[in-house]
Design a protein. Structure first.
Lengths: 85, 85
C-alpha cells in the first residue's frame, strides 16, 4: 500500500510542478491530471464543464489552486463511488 | 494513478472483510492493516498505544468501526506528512 500511496503523491507533485506553485494544482494542472490519469474515474473527463464542477468543489477559498489534501479528498470520493465502498 | 487508487481500495476491502462488516474496519482489522501495510508511514506502527490514538482520530461516532472515507482521510494525512506535500 505504501508504494501505491507514494505513486499518488509523486503524480500530484509532478502535475503541481508544471507551473506556478509546486504545492498546489492550478486549474490547468488539475485538468491535465484528471484527463490523463483518471479518465475512467471521472465521467466526461474530457468535458471542460464536468472538470470545472469538480474543481469548484475542491477550491474552498476560490483562489483556483488545490492543495494535496483537497485533491486527496476528491480522489477518495471518486474511489468510493468507483469501488463501491 | 487509477491502478494505485484501485490497490488502496482493494486492500481496504480485503482487511475490512476479515471479520464483521465488510464495509468498515474494526479495531483489529485496522491494527493489522496499519502494521502490515503502512509500517513506514506510521511511526511506532507496532505500538498499540500509537495505533489506538490513530483509531480514535478516525472513529467519529465511537462505534469502533472506520469506513472507507475516514480511512482514506487518514492515509492522506500520513501521505502528506511523509511526502512533504
Amino acid at each position: 500500500m505504501e508504494l501505491a500511496v507514494n505513486v499518488l503523491v509523486s503524480r500530484f507533485k509532478a502535475y503541481a510542478s508544471i507551473d506556478g506553485s509546486s504545492d498546489t494544482l492550478s486549474r490547468d494542472e488539475f485538468c491535465r491530471l484528471i484527463s490523463s490519469e483518471l479518465p475512467n474515474f471521472v465521467k466526461n473527463a474530457g468535458d471542460p464543464a464536468a472538470i470545472d464542477q469538480l474543481m469548484s468543489s475542491l477550491d474552498k477559498n476560490n483562489d483556483e489552486e488545490r492543495n494535496f489534501l483537497g485533491f486527496w479528498q476528491l480522489i477518495g470520493q471518486l474511489a468510493s463511488k468507483h469501488g463501491g465502498v
